[in-house]
Design a protein around this ligand. Structure first.
Ligand code: C2E
Ligand code: CA
Ligand code: CA
Length: 400
């Protein structure tokens, strides 16, 4: 594996090179100035699989270097190194992720052999990455046709109780079955739907399909809570609670089995109408979940003003919490607050055993994420639940 070290201190370069050699990595090149390193990368003269980058450098600093690595489309992995305190390193790591760089981790100087070894053990086998093609954008008319012609399909992602392993419910995640592009993910069309007044129609289709699916699960003996995402724009139509009631009744699913996950991507257009609608839904026993808690407009003020009964901690506070004191404080404070308000807690984006074990330790009630299951078609849920209960959960057992 070819490795590039970008660090202005010769001493630190030598130390890292020696440590890497001890771990069996001998194809190492050092650059003292980030500009020179970037020039070599950009011209293709140098194609490392891994870059170790110092944050403090006199000319172009590490943060500027990150930005440039993103600009030239660097596809390898990255380790950040700095003498600064851990918070600075961790925020730099986040920044690199926002730049869509593949960050293996961050190390504080002086780097020990053990830390470096542990980090490199996380290195994924090298895979050829296809040149990133810019995501296609869609015309609102195409989306409108898709909604009307039934080309939206729901997938469902399980939520489980961390203490008991019980599968508590599923979250509905919509996809667009596109004739040319295959399965298109919601990040590419929800914003479009909101901007062009299509979100109401979209949500109604998603909700009706999901409730019909919930009916089939119930008929098969699966008593799952059904979560559906709604955007604030859905809560501008005063008739919405009646639509929800009618649709649930037609499907034969009690309103108390339905949870609406509310995300606020933009400021509420009409706070009074939204509040009116949310309170009426709550009075009908529909569950209300504050989604992506801790980000955007999903804040304490919302928790104060809206009768939520579930809090979904955003995955940016969940992933890596077992390794970050700052994330731990934020996560624990959010969970404590939810407990004191008497509302349920869900952690989203749980990707590995470390996250899972940590959540269990701090008493988060439910978890959702790739560690448990990816989203799946409605028809696969029953078999997944059986497998989880009979095989996966017993293996995780009480120790994990
Ligand atoms: P969200 O509500 O935060 O939903 C969770 C997203 O995270 C889903 O992406 C899910 O596949 C993904 N995810 C789940 N577990 C993990 C994990 O362990 N790691 C990582 N990195 N990601 C995980 P998806 O399906 O692409 O949905 C994206 C967003 O689109 C959703 O975010 C939700 O806000 C929105 N959305 C989806 N369906 C609907 C809908 O019917 N209506 C509205 N208004 N929004 C929707
Ligand atoms: Ca959600
Ligand atoms: Ca979320």
């Amino acid at each position: 594996m070819k490795i590039l070290i970008i660090d202005d201190e010769p001493f630190s370069q030598r130390l890292l090179t020696r440590q890497l050699a001890r771990l069996g990595f001998t194809d190492v090149q050092c650059e003292t100035r980030a500009q020179d390193a970037l020039a070599l990368l950009e011209s293709g003269q140098l194609q490392p699989e891994l870059i170790l980058c110092d944050l403090q450098m006199p000319e172009m600093d590490g943060i500027e270097c990150l930005r440039n690595l993103a600009r030239i489309g660097y596809q390898g992995e990255l380790v950040l190194i700095s003498g600064e305190d851990l918070r600075v390193l961790q925020t730099a790591e986040k920044l690199a992720q926002v730049h869509r760089l593949d960050v293996l981790g961050a190390l504080r100087k002086p780097v020990t052999n053990k830390q470096l070894g542990m980090l490199l053990a996380r290195k994924r086998p090298h895979v050829e990455v296809a040149a990133a093609t810019p995501a296609k954008t869609y015309a609102p008319e195409a989306l409108r046709d898709a909604i009307l012609q039934g080309r939206l399909v729901n997938h469902y992602q399980p939520k489980v109780n961390i203490a008991t392993g019980h599968v508590t419910g599923v979250e509905t995640l919509v996809r667009w079955q596109h004739p040319e592009d295959g399965l298109v993910y919601p990040d590419r069309f929800i914003g479009l739907a909101e901007e062009h007044g299509l979100i109401d129609a979209l949500t109604r289709v998603v909700l009706s399909d999901a409730l019909r699916q919930a009916r089939r699960w119930r008929d098969a003996g699966l008593d799952l809570h059904l979560a559906v995402n709604v955007s604030m724009d859905n809560l501008a139509v005063l008739e919405f609670p009646d639509f929800v009631t009618r649709t649930a009744r037609a499907a034969g699913v009690p309103l108390s089995a339905l949870v609406l996950e509310v995300t606020e991507s933009r400021l509420m257009k009409d706070p009074l109408a939204s509040l009116d609608i949310l309170i009426r839904l709550r009075l009908k026993r529909v569950g209300l979940s504050i989604d992506d808690f801790g980000t955007g407009h999903s804040t304490l003020a919302q928790l104060r003003d809206i009768p939520f009964d579930e809090l979904k901690v955003d995955r940016s506070f969940v992933q890596g919490a077992s390794r970050s004191a700052a994330l731990q404080s934020i996560l624990e404070a959010s969970l404590n607050m939810a407990r004191q308000l008497g509302i349920k807690t869900v952690a989203e984006g749980v990707e590995d055993l470390d996250d899972w074990s940590f959540l269990r330790q701090v008493g988060c009630e439910q978890a959702q994420g790739y560690f448990i299951a990816r989203s799946m078609p409605g028809g696969d849920v029953q078999a997944w639940v059986a497998d989880w209960e009979q095989r996966r959960w017993p293996q995780l057992g009480s120790g994990a």
